[in-house]
Design a binder for this molecule. Structure first.
Ligand code: 0O2
Length: 214
């Protein structure tokens, strides 16, 4: 059944995905510009690295089925907001929220929803800040607003998430053994500790720099 749905989407929906690809071009360029500006002004940018991705058709169909969404372009447009995805990785936790503030005050991005899995991690131990946004895309004869999801997290959170994803991949469909789940939560806590200590060290160094500059 899933394969049928995937084939149906692939065959009839090519044009449907174009605005999402445009949104990714837009967001990628927005953040590259900010990165360059911050580096040139302050010698430092909160963006460590960034990746964009289009949701795979298979993952889209899986979400449509799980959420029992009607297979029409209109309902998918409304219900699924992460077809276009940007992931920004920062060195420090403060930079995650600095970027959020920056996004909030941009006129070409509308904040729709904030899912703060740093303040409230997922049961798995997953931590990240997810921003559901709409980004402005200027076409030849009109301006459109396209949904996208921006995930912002520290290198430590990103390391945990990508490694956990790889470990879980082996258990497709089934859940990972309970003992391993517990260990993953402990490792997630360890990653938070690393973030806290790095932030502390950064503050110490910044304050000693201010002291020595008078
Ligand atoms: P992909 O790349 O899309 O195939 P919602 O959109 O709010 O209705 P959803 O989709 O559960 O519901 O949103 P959520 O939880 O905000 O974001 C899902 C995405 O977060 C996942 O994408 C992962 O990228 C990431 N994520 C969430 N929980 C975990 C976790 O426990 N471990 C890891 N490694 N990543 C997680 P997709 O949809 O799975 O992938």
């Amino acid at each position: 059944h899933k394969i049928d749905l995937v084939q149906k989407v692939l065959k009839n929906w090519k044009g449907f995905f174009i605005p999402y690809e445009m949104a990714l071009y837009e967001l990628k360029s927005d953040f590259n510009i900010i990165d360059l500006e911050w580096k040139s002004k302050h010698g430092y940018s909160p963006i460590e690295h960034m990746k964009t991705r289009m949701k795979t058709i298979f993952s889209l169909v899986e979400k449509i089925e799980n959420k029992e969404i009607e297979l029409t372009q209109e309902s998918i447009k409304q219900e699924i907001r992460d077809i276009a995805g940007v992931r920004i990785v920062t060195s420090f936790i403060d930079d995650v929220y600095l970027l959020k503030e920056h996004i909030e005050q941009r006129e070409d991005i509308r904040m729709i929803r904030v899912k703060d899995y740093i303040k409230e991690p997922k049961k798995s131990g997953y931590k990240s800040l997810h921003l559901v946004v709409e980004t402005q895309v200027i076409l030849s004869n009109e301006v459109i607003w396209v949904p996208a999801e921006i995930q912002i997290r520290t290198s430590a959170m990103d390391f945990w998430a990508s490694t956990e994803h790889k470990l879980n991949y082996k258990y497709q469909g089934e859940s990972i053994p309970e003992e391993a789940q517990k260990q993953l939560i402990e490792l997630s806590n360890a990653s938070s500790l690393l973030d806290k200590e790095m932030s502390k060290l950064r503050l110490q160094l910044l304050s000693s720099e201010t002291d020595s500059n008078g």
